[in-house]
Design a protein around this ligand. Structure first.
Ligand code: LAG
Ligand code: CA
Length: 484
């Protein structure tokens, strides 16, 4: 369950938060496929409660009404079409699976597929679930439970969301049928929402009943779905991320915290020479890494304090380090613009999501941020693909906030987060020749729109990153995007 089964020479998962299936299919063909992205995390595809009373917040999608594949992102036919087109473009799809709970008791009770529920009876006829399928007696998680009481965190309600009992055979069957339907349609795996709130022993039963990935969609025979479990663990809680690593990969929230801290200038970059498990992070093969996610970019999920698109210069640098370093399986966030933490995606008066517009410079409009289309970010996806499975070598630092390292003989990156210029003759490990820095510009024909780096026969080059440069890094690699 720890292999994302990316197509060859691809890496990096992007969360296309609240995107519509038709738009994702287009994006796979026109951008993500050609640019070497490995996969996409999509918003929950199953029916959720419609909350006009909150003006259709993004979080209505974390309140399931049924497992019908009808949401604001599209219907089942559109979902299936997206899977065909994205897999054909070499881009995998990972589903955000909300299986811990159903809805809370909101003021409205109609779902995106028209299903209704009787909250007071725990009755969801479109699944069907009724009271016997939920944990009982009813209780609600208190903040203190996280540090003292694992049982309550798993058996009581998370923010009042009706808590399914995954030990119940019918509940297991409904969840497994839902997930297997998605696998058969071509998905490559799942983000397990709220994994901390479910018993590992129940999750194991569910995972072990999942189908192998669909070979008609280009997966090898006997491939198990990639599973990354959302467990928020900064240490000191009754429930540990280590209870979930025997089952599958786990979201490593410490990555975003530590890298945000460092690239904000609150910790010297030179310490990153030991980045990885020495920082108290999960083992490489267990770790799904990211700077921000849809919760903590807006202060939900107990989160906050991480860099987001709103602090673009250090954010781009933190993501560049995340993608340049071999540690972990990285995911990036692709957001819509928000001015308060509850507002949903761009929509019309009928609640339909408005598609992102694509501007002439390749960025997005209509309220979509599309970090994955920022040059400094997609350039680092190509960097990671060029680096392949090389390790880190030729680490250099100035004893402060200027660092540089090579990925084997394939790629080189330097960062400057000091208040003075970086101007050094450094070992780049690359074959002699001329390279475009893919951060300050790009290669167009036989020249660079940004900095050009000339590597000598000894692999060394003069590297300059000014303290006031637009970005704090410089990156070159052997791929066609960089090599002249
Ligand atoms: C998650 N991971 O464990 C998701 O990443 C996170 O986005 C989900 O919360 C949560 N778990 C449940 O799937 C989000 C919002 C909550 C929201 C919840 C359900 O962060 O704020 O709760 O989705 O929509 C909302 C209200 C609560 C209310 C609750 C039940 O904000 O005040 O009690 O609904 O009606
Ligand atoms: Ca639970």
């Amino acid at each position: 369950y720890k292999n994302p089964y990316y197509a060859a020479n691809r890496s990096v998962n992007v969360h296309l938060f609240e995107w519509k299936w038709d738009d994702i299919a287009d994006e796979c063909e026109r951008f993500l496929g050609p640019r070497g992205f490995g996969g996409i995390q999509i918003s929950p595809p199953n029916e959720n409660v419609v909350l006009w009373s909150y003006n259709r917040p993004w979080w209505e999608r974390y309140q399931p009404m049924s497992y019908k594949l009808v949401t604001r992102s599209g219907n089942e036919a559109q979902f299936a079409n997206m899977l065909r087109r994205c897999n054909a473009a070499g881009v995998r799809i990972y589903v955000d699976a909300v299986i811990n709970h159903m809805t809370g008791e909101p003021p409205e009770n109609v779902g995106t597929a028209g299903s209704t529920a009787v909250f007071s009876d725990w009755y969801y006829p479109a699944v069907p679930f009724n009271r016997q399928h939920f944990n009982w007696p009813h209780c609600v998680i208190n903040d203190i439970d996280y540090s003292t009481d694992a049982w309550r965190v798993r058996n009581c309600e998370l923010v009042g969301l009706k808590d399914l009992n995954q030990a119940d055979e019918h509940v297991r069957n409904m969840i497994v049928n839902f997930m297997n339907k998605l696998i058969d349609l071509g998905v490559a795996g799942f983000r397990i929402d709220a994994a901390k709130h479910m018993w590992p022993s129940d999750l194991r039963v569910i995972y072990d009943r999942l189908h192998n990935l669909n070979t008609d969609h280009g997966f090898p025979a006997n491939a198990r779905p990639y599973i990354y479990q959302e467990v928020i663990d900064y240490g000191g809680e009754a429930i540990s991320r280590d209870e979930y690593t025997p089952l599958g990969a786990v979201t490593e929230f410490k990555v975003g915290l530590e890298l945000s801290n460092a690239f904000r200038g609150n910790n010297q970059l030179r310490w990153l020479s030991s980045w990885g498990p020495q920082w108290g992070l999960l083992a490489h093969g267990d770790s799904l890494t990211f700077i921000d996610n849809h919760d903590n970019e807006r202060g939900h999920g107990g989160g906050g304090g991480v860099l987001t698109y709103k602090q673009s210069r250090p954010y781009k640098a933190a993501i560049a380090f995340l993608l340049a370093h071999p540690y972990g399986e990285p995911q990036i966030m692709s957001s819509f613009d928000f001015w308060d933490s509850e507002v949903g995606p761009p929509m019309d008066n009928n609640g339909n999501i408005i598609s992102p517009a694509i501007n002439s410079d390749g960025t997005c409009g209509n309220g979509w941020i599309c970090q994955h289309r920022w040059r400094q970010i997609y350039a680092m996806v190509a960097f990671r693909n060029a680096a392949g499975n090389t390790g880190i070598n030729d680490w250099w630092d100035n004893g402060s906030n200027q660092i540089a390292f090579c990925r084997g003989g394939n790629a080189f990156i330097a960062f400057n987060n000091d208040y003075w210029n970086l101007n050094q003759n450094l070992q780049t490990c690359l074959p002699a020749g001329r390279y475009c820095d893919v951060i300050s510009g790009e290669k167009v024909g036989n020249s660079c729109t940004g900095k050009t780096v000339t590597v000598g026969n000894d692999g060394r080059a003069q590297i300059s990153v000014g303290a006031n440069d637009y970005d704090m890094m410089l990156a070159i690699h052997i791929g066609p995007e960089s090599r002249l």
